[in-house]
Design a protein around this ligand. Structure first.
Ligand SMILES: [Zn+2]
Length: 276
């Protein structure tokens, strides 16, 4: 919900390409090619975040669908096969966006890279630009697509832009149902969410405390502010959490290792059954 700033872009540097390496099962030759040929462009990341911010909010039905259409056009501009699928919720038709880079040897085996596009706020009067959560994830996803589209891949990579994540994961649940029905061969899912969040930036939370909200709400805000400030002191800068379920521990380990190898980011590996 915070506006774009320099840190968002800096923290995402090199993230997207590196994150995919383990899931794609790239050979050393391809890894070297990716290392030399692919450079994350910070201006691309910034441009995507600013464009998404300009929707003012991506919470309403109209704006969520418009934002999905915008991302789909971005895929098309890059020459990547993209399409929109719909699902029904609360009597309305919602979009999910998709794009696919087809694998050359095993095209039916898919690696999914997903990000939600909707935003949410507790202060509607401020809008919900959603630069961090999750304009940053969409920016990384698009940059990832741009970088790997020219690299011969063994398996297919499918990019998914989900709506209504903040309201019960409705978009992704609709897709999961479809994936089950169609028995899609999904081998790994990488969810990109809220990159570049500066734990020490809390101006909006302070506004919560000064607002006319309930005491319970203010107490919760105070707790969050304290936690964020303490985390900001104790955590290293530019730390990326790489999280996964216990059965995906090896993927988490390899992904975190690659991020450390290819970027200056620190990583913290989190294995928890909370990852759905
Ligand atoms: Zn999010």
């Amino acid at each position: 919900m915070y506006p774009a700033n320099k840190k968002i872009c800096l923290v995402m540097l090199l993230f997207s390409a590196v994150f995919l390496l383990p899931a794609l099962g790239l050979s050393e030759t391809l890894k070297e090619k990716l290392q030399t040929a692919s450079k994350v462009r910070v201006d691309n990341l910034r441009s995507t975040i600013v464009s998404l911010e300009q929707f003012k909010e991506r919470s309403s039905h109209a704006k969520q669908n418009q934002a999905v259409s915008w991302v789909n056009d971005e895929f098309k501009k890059m020459g990547i096969d993209s399409w929109i699928e719909t699902y029904e919720s609360n009597g309305r038709t919602w979009y999910n966006g998709f794009a696919r880079i087809k694998g050359q040897k095993k095209p039916s085996e898919m690696i999914m890279v997903i990000a939600h596009i909707d935003s949410i706020t507790n202060q509607p009067e401020l809008g919900a630009p959603g630069a961090d959560d999750n304009g940053s994830g969409i920016a990384a996803l698009l940059e990832c697509a741009r970088i790997i589209k020219g690299i011969p891949l063994e398996k297919s990579v499918q990019f998914c832009i989900f709506t209504n994540e903040e309201r019960g994961l409705k978009g992704s649940k609709a897709f999961v149902q479809k994936a089950k029905n169609e028995r899609l061969n999904i081998q790994a899912v990488i969810n990109i969410d809220a990159l570049g969040y500066d734990l020490k930036i809390t101006p909006i939370s302070w506004q919560y405390i000064r607002s006319n909200q309930s005491l319970k709400y203010k107490a919760r805000s105070a707790y969050r502010i304290t936690r964020n400030i303490l985390s900001g002191i104790t955590e290293r800068k530019n730390l990326l959490l790489v999280a996964g379920r216990p059965q995906d521990a090896s993927l988490v380990k390899i992904a975190a290792g690659n991020i450390r190898e290819f970027s200056e980011l620190s990583t913290r590996e989190v294995i928890t059954s909370d990852c759905g």
